[in-house]
Design a protein around this ligand. Structure first.
Ligand SMILES: Cc1cc2nc3c(=O)[nH]c(=O)nc-3n(C[C@H](O)[C@H](O)[C@H](O)COP(=O)(O)OP(=O)(O)OC[C@H]3O[C@@H](n4cnc5c(N)ncnc54)[C@H](O)[C@@H]3O)c2cc1C
Length: 459
């Protein structure tokens, strides 16, 4: 099992993230790991990440019976990007507008940004309504410009977004001394602040899995779907092949993230796996107790060189993420990101992240106590699409099959509208009921455009 492209299965021996290391007692981690799959089921959800678990949850909310749904997961429960990310639930407030507008036009670009803002509200609402113990922290985030050039780029992006009619009423701007003081970063040139959150993403996904399993859904872990073929007796049924048997199903929902093309080969050049890395740090006294950071951060030197930062309430752990295309890294490390190998981390990336973090926050300086500082490093695989937006919807050429994947490293800021959207489509509703930007829709024309690869390079 496990290759190095979008048409391979996830690797067999992934490393564990901070999030996984702190949830090893989740009782369904190895659910049904030795049991054969049933011969017949109505619906199969492929993948137990946030996309698969929330889609299943929404199907049940819409009246589907739990006994009629099976989730297949290639490894342990929720072992993909949803349990390996940097913990941010952080909408893009304006920065991506111009880039999205180049590919999708101004109207769609505004909708893409508005959709991320809506997701933050939906996550907040959901966590409160269901009392989800996932350490969700609704706060504000800083986009910190660490260079004059990037401050200029952000100012132009904000202007373009505002001119197009984008809402900026929730965005605050600081420059010079005020930016330094607000962010606590001596080298900050400018900063923008808007509402955002952080969560323990594994706990959120596990809550969803637990909830659907309590209502009759069966999760089969270590049970990848290896092929899907047309059933011999009916063109309206699909045979899902697994190492533990073949299951005949009416509906299949692909929530397989960067590995979607194994079962949907037409996506080979539309979904590209990219390896990303994050780190957990135990705070020094300068970041502990009442000194803990109250907001989250994106620390930006350029479009390709940035770091993300959240500090968790409770245990105070700092989670530090790194941009995948950081030009200060060696060409070998940069090449290595085109991989599905999440079994280990890259030392050069960890060293760069730590060095930069200390430069950006000189006050972090450790008290040298054993146990402080870098705690753990891990990797995970994100799914990039050439037009930077997810693939959501019914697959016309394969009636009864649907997809909800390709979140371009923004799943936490997108899945809470995309998964409910795909669930509506599965229930027979029109695309218009999803409320999603039209450019997210999986259409034959979009797939052929993406496959031709002639989209403008946007950032
Ligand atoms: C290091 C890192 C940092 C990130 N930081 C952030 C962040 O701060 N904020 C943010 O919004 N996003 C972030 N992301 C991206 C975010 O984690 C993803 O967009 C999101 O988790 C995708 O969810 P998913 O359910 O689509 O995929 P996954 O969680 O990967 O779930 C897909 C599942 O499908 C399974 N699978 C694949 N193929 C098969 C098959 N054939 N049969 C059965 N099962 C299969 C996989 O094993 C996996 O469990 C980050 C990602 C990484 C790796």
């Amino acid at each position: 099992m496990g290759g190095d492209s979008s048409n391979s299965l996830p690797r067999e021996s992934p490393c564990l993230s901070y999030w996984q290391r702190t949830t090893r007692a989740f009782p369904h981690l190895f659910a049904n790991q030795n049991n054969p799959v049933p011969a017949r089921i109505k619906s199969v959800v492929l993948g137990s990440g946030l996309s698969g678990s929330l889609t299943t949850f929404e199907l049940l909310e819409a009246g589907v019976k739990g006994e009629d749904v099976i989730i297949l997961e290639a490894r342990e429960a929720a072992s993909g990007a949803s349990s390996r990310n940097a913990g941010h639930v952080r909408p893009d407030a304006f920065r991506g507008y111009s880039a999205y507008a180049k590919v999708h036009g101004p109207e769609q670009a505004l909708k893409i940004i508005a959709n991320e803002r809506l997701v933050l509200e939906k996550v907040d609402e959901f966590v409160k309504k269901h009392d989800v113990q996932c350490d969700f922290n609704l706060t504000s985030t800083f986009d910190v410009c660490m260079t004059e050039e990037f401050a200029k780029y952000e100012a132009e992006s904000l202007k373009a977004y505002e001119l197009a009619g984008g809402d900026i009423s929730h965005i605050k701007f600081y420059e010079g001394e005020e930016a330094k003081e607000k962010t606590g970063i001596p080298d900050a040139v400018a900063a923008y602040e808007w509402p955002a959150g952080s969560s323990h993403p594994a706990k959120l996904t596990q809550f969803l899995l637990q909830s659907v399993m309590e209502r009759g859904v069966q999760l089969f872990t270590f049970c990848p779907a290896t092929a899907i073929t047309t059933n011999q007796s009916s063109l309206h049924l699909w045979d899902v092949h697994t190492p533990r048997g073949i299951m005949t199903a009416e509906k299949i929902i692909h929530c397989t993230n960067a590995q979607a093309a194994l079962l949907l080969p037409q996506l080979e050049s539309c979904v590209t796996p990219n390896r990303a890395q994050a780190h957990s740090l135990v705070p020094s006294p300068a970041f502990a107790a009442t000194n803990a950071l109250q907001s989250t951060y994106s620390l930006r030197y350029s479009l390709y060189h940035f770091y993300s930062l959240i500090q968790r309430q409770g245990d105070g752990t700092i989670i530090l993420g790194v941009s995948r295309s950081n030009p200060t890294l060696s060409s070998e490390t940069l090449e290595g990101r085109f991989s599905t190998d999440d079994s280990h981390y890259n030392q050069e990336i960890a060293d760069d992240a730590l060095r930069s973090f200390h430069q950006i926050f000189p006050t972090f300086s450790s008290s040298d106590a054993h146990g402080e500082g870098l705690d753990h490093s891990w990797t995970g695989i994100i799914a990039m699409t050439p037009d930077w937006v997810p693939l959501v919807g019914g697959i016309e050429t394969l009636p009864g099959q649907y997809i909800c994947a390709g979140f371009n490293g923004h799943g936490m800021a997108r899945i809470f509208t995309c998964a409910p959207g795909v669930a509506k489509l599965v229930m027979g509703h029109d695309w218009s009921t999803t409320g999603l930007p039209e450019c997210f829709q999986f259409t034959p024309m979009r797939i052929s455009q993406l496959s031709e690869g002639n989209l403008p390079f946007i950032w």
